[in-house]
Design a protein around this ligand. Structure first.
Ligand code: E4P
Length: 216
């Protein structure tokens, strides 16, 4: 399973990348706004900086919702760097645009996916990635991780090549469950990645080893 970091924050991207386990980055308009990135030029500059920091796929989301404008916006985003993956929402014009990008050699990440039916449409349109939002499904009282398993099963039976990118991850446990469910990628906040490191027995064991090492 590939590890992406889900943020627009350069310090957090650097920290995850320095661990040596980072395979890419996902952003969305909310994450970019959180970093105070405003205006077309500043947005493009920020994406370029991320692409130069991380050797992997970087998802950059379109802000429009009609076919023609999504295509124009996506072409501009894709021109920023070869590692840019154009993130397109799961709406009617979005599906149409994903198919257009697929036919024209531009990679896509179909976002805001909450059902198996939407994931089938994304795969049919040729999306490189499909992003089911696990945490937001959990928030609504359903089991988001079950959706990852269901999409995995469908894609395997049908031979769809679209990679399943578990998104809206809220904890280290979500990352483990995404791996169990066969997600191809998990995009995580830095805290959830670092949460994987933690175990009290590791800390207790290390303290004892270091104490005993003084007697060596
Ligand atoms: C990433 O591609 C998604 O935009 C992101 O994971 C959404 O996460 P959230 O539900 O925590 O906002």
């Amino acid at each position: 399973m590939k590890f992406f970091i889900d943020t627009g924050n350069l310090a957090q991207i650097k920290e995850a990348n320095d661990l040596g386990i980072l395979d890419g980055v996902t952003t969305n308009p909310s994450l970019m706004a959180k970093e105070g990135i405003k205006g077309e030029e500043a947005i493009a500059k920020h994406y370029k900086t991320i692409c130069e920091m991380v050797d992997g796929d970087i998802s950059a989301e379109v802000l429009s919702t009609d076919f023609a404008t999504i295509v124009e916006e996506g072409k501009k985003l894709a021109a920023i760097h070869p590692n840019i993956v154009v993130k397109v929402p799961m709406i009617k014009d979005g599906v149409k645009a994903i198919k257009w990008f697929t036919d024209n050699g531009i990679r896509t990440n179909c976002t805001l996916v909450f059902s198996a039916g939407q994931a089938i449409l994304a795969a049919k349109a040729g999306a490189s990635y499909v992003s089911p939002f696990v945490g937001r499904i959990d928030d609504s009282g359903w089991d988001g991780m079950q959706l990852i398993g269901q999409i995995r099963q469908i894609y395997d039976i049908q031979g769809f090549k679209t990679e399943i990118l578990a998104a809206s991850i809220r904890s280290a446990l979500h990352i483990i469950q995404a791996a169990e469910m066969g997600a191809d990628v998990c995009t995580c906040p830095l805290d959830s990645i670092l949460g994987l490191l933690k175990h009290p027995l590791t800390d207790i064991g290390l303290a004892k080893f270091l104490e005993d090492a003084k007697k060596m």
